[in-house]
Design a protein around this ligand. Structure first.
Ligand code: F6P
Length: 361
């Protein structure tokens, strides 16, 4: 192994730079390799100057930095890319160009860091015969085959701090504060931040909610002289028999954008419980900023392990955390079943034991 490429794809997550730093250091120090960063997802393979050399000086000081020094692209799938042809926007498969570019750059290994979108692309590139290793990232923690993705712990910390802040103002004004957090299909951020911040109601995509269950909890608290409540809502939560709420519909390339469930919950609670409600949408604050210690360590372990996996020729695999140990799993296996909150698991049971309303019942 002489030349390694690194790319970060999809939405950013705190810890991406820690992976890049660890991979660069391991590859140069331990394997005497040359390392190249691909800019803006895989787009850098398609434009001049999009592949840049990375050395010790390129990664100096980036461990605590959020974002990614390589840039990322959320909608840059080479198998379905939006391009302009004769003034018209069309979808094209440019994977052959990506393939050629990887070959032309003589990359013996390509580390693709991303969530399920990017990892699916990684798997397809591997199927074309490219030497790809996946590194799982997402604040949502919804990638299968790994106990944790880096970025999640930092996002939970940010959401927990928001709940702490909302608590003091909720209590002072006797209000119900609704916090909408990210979580498209998985409610890990809402559940963990809600537990850490002492929420009264936690609504997640895995457990459809009823208005009556939510309002019952709020009125019961008022009856017990607790004149405020904190409700944490994952953006992908939905009412039993209802739909998720979107602010923008998707198309062949862009996913539909979720948002508005917090406001929806605040409205019906205000009307049914006769209380004042306010909504905070935490949004991309959860994606930005410096990674937590846990995420720095996990991302660093993933980065070093990805280079080791490449050296061992474990292409088509993804590095993963299982039972506290870093190992690898075939991408196909990891992507077969997306990770979701186990509704019969210990965290949910704990929430129920603490009389936190999960919107059902
Ligand atoms: O996948 C992570 C995530 O944070 C989702 O929870 C959210 O729906 C999505 O990214 C938003 O991404 P963007 O605004 O970059 O399209």
């Amino acid at each position: 192994m002489k030349r390694i490429g690194i790319s970060t794809g999809g939405g950013d997550a705190p810890g991406l730079n820690a992976v890049i730093r660890a991979a660069v250091k391991t590859a140069i120090h331990h394997y005497n390799c040359e390392v190249f960063g691909i800019r803006d997802g895989l787009d850098g393979l398609l434009f001049p100057g999009g592949v840049i050399p990375l050395d010790f000086s390129s990664v100096r000081g980036i461990l605590p930095r959020g974002g990614t020094i390589l840039g990322t692209a959320s909608r840059a799938n080479p198998f379905a890319r939006k391009v302009e042809r004769d003034g018209k926007v069309v979808i094209e498969d440019v994977s052959d160009q990506v393939y050629e570019s990887i070959r032309a750059h003589n990359l013996d290994a390509l580390l693709l860091i991303g969530g399920d979108g990017t990892l699916n692309i990684a798997r397809k590139l591997y199927d074309l015969g490219l030497p790809v290793i996946g590194v799982p990232k997402t604040i949502d923690n919804d990638v299968g085959g790994t106990e944790y993705t880096f970025g999640f712990d930092t996002a939970v910390g940010t959401a927990m701090e928001a709940i702490d802040r909302l608590h003091t103002t909720a209590e002072s004004h006797h209000r119900v504060m609704v916090l909408e957090v990210m979580g498209r299909d998985a409610g890990f951020i809402a559940l963990h931040a809600g537990l850490a911040g002492g929420a009264d109601v936690i609504l997640i995509p895995e457990i459809p909610f009823t208005r009556s269950a939510v309002c019952r909890k709020v009125t019961e608290r008022i009856r017990n002289q607790a004149f405020f409540s904190i409700i944490v809502v994952a953006e992908g939560a939905h009412e039993a028999g209802g739909e998720k709420i979107y602010t923008r519909s998707g198309d062949e390339i862009a996913q539909a954008r979720l948002g508005g469930m917090g406001a929806y919950v605040a409205d019906f609670v205000a009307q049914s419980c006769q209380v004042e409600t306010r909504v905070t949408v935490l949004g991309h604050l959860q994606r930005g900023g410096s990674p937590s210690a846990f995420d720095r360590v996990l991302a660093t372990r993933f980065g070093a392990a990805a280079v080791r996996a490449a050296a061992e020729g474990k292409f088509g695999h993804m590095v993963t955390l299982q039972c506290g140990r870093i190992t690898t799993v075939p991408l196909a296996e990891a992507l077969a079943v997306p990770k979701r909150v186990d509704v019969y698991g210990d965290a949910i049971q704990t929430a129920r034991d603490l009389t936190i309303c999960l919107g059902d019942g």
